[in-house]
Ligand binder design. Sequence first.
Ligand code: SF4
Length: 292
Amino acid sequence: MRYEGTTYRPPPEADSFLLQVTVGCAHNQCTFCHMYRDVSFRRIPMDQIEEDLREARGIYSKMERIFLVNGDAFVLKAETLASIAGKIRFYFPECRTITMYASIKDIRAKTDQELADLRRLGINDLYVGVESGWDDVLAHINKGHTIEEARHQLGRLHRAGINHIANLMLGVAGAGNGMENARLTAEFLNQTAPCLIWVGTLAIFEGTELYAEMEQGVFVSASEMEILEEEKELIRNIELDNVRFYGVHPTNAVRVSGVLPRDKQRMIDAIDNGIEGYGEEALSATFHRESL
Ligand code: SF4
């Protein structure tokens, strides 16, 4: 298998086969993101995809889940995704789920019928970069969608039978805005019902627009204490039934996970224990995060 450019996959997909279908990210404009700045977006030719699948079949005796690489692979046209799913079915008939990163714009670009057809072909559990439930924040980070659009498109996705995993970013609203961001994000989650909530923390990397804003004092990072309080408020305000909450990203100062609402208090207590362990002084600053 060949992989071009740096390859990122969500931590829950550690056991999935990674099949590269695109290089980079078609959007590539989120102001905090440095993941694909070094590559231009392009589609991998179908003959290379097939060659990789053939090679993988010779290596793996069983593969029930496949993650399509890279930054927003759902940008591919429905007919292209259907063709890839057909080839996956040929080489890995046991594969139950084909998943990938998807943006709200990518969902919008597909008809209801196309979404339903893709679900029938095994596409499910799309990872959507929700980041925040606050329009002002989404505009600031140039996410490429509004809350209203996201609500509508995720509704269409669900009606087609496709689940989504909400990727969130604590601290993305900046200093002084964590609690409001938590409440608005929880409200958005309650309305859009992801099957899993995946929570990381904002890391600001040199070379990004957000880094320049921070240097100029336009964007002020939240302290670790504010970020942890934001996470607690988020957990408190989620009212979904039986949803997995994974706050275990390496960027998180305290890592918690559980099923909501069952583990709500346990996770809040674990964050409080983490706060106590670090101490208020250490948490009054923002930790430097080297990598994602
Ligand atoms: S955060 Fe996701 S959508 Fe935004 S530029 Fe990075 S890879 Fe692309």
